[in-house]
Design a binder for this molecule. Structure first.
Ligand SMILES: NC(=O)c1ccc[n+]([C@@H]2O[C@H](COP(=O)([O-])OP(=O)(O)OC[C@H]3O[C@@H](n4cnc5c(N)ncnc54)[C@H](OP(=O)(O)O)[C@@H]3O)[C@@H](O)[C@H]2O)c1
Length: 324
C-alpha cells in the first residue's frame, strides 16, 4: 500500500511516499481505508527520532485518521465494512490503510465531512481526558490553556466555553490571539510580550483552577504560582523541557495538584474508555454546532514534507490535514 516511509531520523527530507505492507485486522480490530490524516507535534518528534512508537504499534507516522472500514476482525461488534469512521491511533495514519482497535473508532459526527473528521480524534481525546476526566474542570471554573491556537488549544477553548468555564490562553502572535478570542477565549495573553502570571493575577480572583500546559519545565514555577486554591496543573507537552523544580510548599498551601499524562502509550482499555467518553460528551457538542474542528490547511500525503514544515514553523492555527 502507499504510505509515508522514513529513510532514517532527521529533517522533513527523510520522509517520502513509498510502499509498506498492508495491514490485516487482528481480533477486535478493523482496517480502515484512510481518507485523511493529520499532523501532530508528536509526529515531528518521532520523525526526528525522539519519540519511538510504543511496543506493538506501527512504525509509520500518524496518530489519527478518518476513513472507511475495509475489513473487520474477529470479535468486533457495531462496525461493518463500508462504515465511515475516524480513529485515534498509536501510529500508522500516514498510509492508505491502517489497523485500529475497534475501541478507538468514532463515528463521523453529523455535519462534519469525512476529511475534516481526521482533525478530531487526537484533540478531542487529549483535551477531554486531561481537562475534564483528569483535572475535572467544572462549570464556572477558570482554565488557562497554553498554546491556545494549537490543534489542542483550539479544541480546549471551545470545549471549556461550551461547558461554561472562563478561559485564558497564551499565544505568540496577534493573529493567533485574535483567533483564540474568536473561538471564545475571555483573555488572550501574548507570551512573547507579557508575563502570563501577571495577567492571571490581574484577571482572576486568586488564580486559575486548571492549567492545560504544553511547556513543562520552563513554565512549572509560574504555572504553580498561577494556580488557585485546589488548582490542578496538567502537563501534556514538554516543549520547554522535562526537568524543573517543584515548590511542594506552594502546592501544599494551595492544596493543589500537578499531573502529567500521555495518551499514546496507554493500555487499550484506557483508550477505549476515553474514546467512549468523548463519543458521549464531545460528539453531541460537535453535532449541535457548539464545537468545531479548526483546520488550517488540507494538503495531500505527497505534500508530507510541506505539512511538517508548516507545523514546525508554527504557521498554523488549528490542524494541518493530509488527504490520502
Ligand atoms: N500528552 C499527550 O497525550 C498529548 C497529546 C497531544 C498533544 N500533546 C502536546 O500538546 C501540545 C500541542 O500539540 P499540537 O499537536 O496541537 O501542537 P501544535 O499545534 O504544534 O502547537 C504547539 C503550540 O505550542 C505553543 N508554544 C510554543 N512556545 C510557547 C510558549 N513559550 N508559551 C506558550 N505556548 C507556546 C505554540 O504557540 P504559538 O504558535 O503561538 O507560538 C503552539 O500553539 C504539544 O506539546 C503536544 O506534544 C500531548
Amino acid at each position: 500500500m502507499r504510505a509515508v516511509v522514513c529513510s532514517g531520523s532527521g529533517g522533513v527530507e527523510v520522509m517520502s511516499v513509498g510502499d509498506a505492507p498492508a495491514p490485516t485486522p487482528g481480533s477486535d480490530e478493523v482496517v480502515l481505508e484512510v481518507a485523511a490524516t493529520a499532523v501532530n507535534r508528536a509526529d515531528l518528534m518521532q520523525r526526528q527520532g525522539f519519540y519511538p512508537p510504543p511496543p506493538g504499534a506501527s512504525e509509520i507516522l500518524g496518530l489519527e485518521c478518518s476513513g472507511v472500514v475495509a475489513a473487520v476482525g474477529d470479535g468486533v461488534e457495531g462496525w461493518s465494512v463500508g462504515d465511515e469512521a475516524c480513529a485515534l491511533l498509536a501510529g500508522g495514519g500516514y498510509a492508505a490503510e491502517v489497523a485500529v482497535p475497534a475501541g478507538q473508532l468514532l463515528p463521523i459526527p453529523a455535519g462534519i465531512d469525512l476529511v475534516t473528521a481526521a482533525a478530531l480524534p487526537e484533540v478531542t481525546c487529549t483535551v477531554w481526558s486531561n481537562v475534564f476526566m483528569v483535572a475535572a474542570l467544572q462549570q464556572h471554573e477558570t482554565l488557562l490553556v497554553h498554546g491556545g491556537s494549537s490543534g489542542i488549544g483550539t479544541m480546549a477553548i471551545q470545549l471549556a466555553k461550551a461547558l461554561g468555564a472562563r478561559v485564558l490562553v497564551t499565544a505568540g502572535t496577534q493573529e493567533k490571539l485574535e483567533a483564540c478570542r474568536t473561538l471564545g477565549a475571555d483573555v488572550a495573553i501574548n507570551y512573547r510580550e507579557e508575563d502570563f502570571l501577571e495577567v492571571v493575577r490581574a484577571e482572576t480572583d486568586g488564580g486559575v483552577d486548571v492549567i492545560l500546559d504544553n511547556m513543562g519545565a520552563k513554565y512549572l514555577e509560574r504555572n504553580v504560582k498561577a494556580l488557585a486554591t485546589n488548582g490542578r496543573l496538567v502537563t501534556i507537552g514538554l516543549q520547554g523541557g522535562r526537568k524543573g523544580e517543584l515548590d511542594l510548599g506552594a502546592l501544599l498551601t494551595k492544596r493543589a495538584a500537578v499531573m502529567a499524562t500521555s495518551l499514546r502509550g496507554r493500555p487499550l482499555e484506557e483508550k477505549a474508555a476515553i474514546v467512549a467518553s468523548v463519543r458521549d460528551n464531545v460528539w453531541p457538542l460537535i453535532e449541535a454546532g457548539h464545537v468545531r474542528p479548526i483546520v488550517h490547511r488540507v494538503l495531500t500525503l505527497d505534500d508530507v514534507q510541506e505539512a511538517h514544515r508548516t507545523v514546525e514553523a508554527g504557521e498554523h492555527i488549528g490542524k494541518v490535514l493530509m488527504t490520502v
